[in-house]
Design a binder for this molecule. Structure first.
Ligand code: DQA
Length: 147
């Protein structure tokens, strides 16, 4: 069975109550449940993980090598700052879809820069919680066409 790791970075544990005008009212638990159920429909075994710590996210990316077939990542603010996260993604050579709830390209200039995008398969942003499910579909299609 194809295995996908869905990763969320800093402050995304607060979804539901965090700036709902920007990020919506869907909680992280609801997003993870949607990933499990939609993933199951696509034949994907989904594992979810959230951390507020850069090193923990890097360790999880390293750990995914040989264990997972792909990664969905919302790195939160680390998207705009972390070369280390980018290097970890490049190192494990797993297909990764970058997700953001908000349209980062329509926001402050510092959010319009992603260090993840150059090492990602692609980026989905601006579709709220639905972006995670769209990312699972994208990875599913990519992995199916690969085999
Ligand atoms: C975010 C966008 C980032 O700029 C921000 O730091 C986040 C959430 C999003 O999902 O829209 O934490 O990744």
């Amino acid at each position: 069975m194809t295995s996908i790791l869905v990763m969320n970075g800093p402050n995304l544990n607060l979804l539901g109550t965090r700036q709902p005008d920007i990020y919506g009212t869907t909680t992280l638990a609801m997003i993870e449940e949607a990933c499990h159920s939609h993933g199951a429909k696509l034949g994907l075994a989904v594992t979810c993980l959230q951390s507020n710590h850069e090193g923990a996210l890097i360790d999880a990316i390293h750990g995914a090598r040989g264990e997972q077939d792909g990664i969905v990542l919302n790195a939160g603010a680390y998207t705009h700052t972390s070369i280390a996260l980018r290097d970890a993604i490049a190192s494990v050579e797993l297909p990764l879809v970058e997700v953001h709830l908000s349209n980062i390209h329509a926001r402050e200039p510092f959010r319009q820069v992603s260090h993840i995008a150059p090492v990602a398969l692609g980026q989905i942003c601006g579709f709220g919680a639905q972006g995670y499910v769209l990312a699972l579909h994208a990875l599913h299609a990519h992995l199916r066409d690969d085999t």
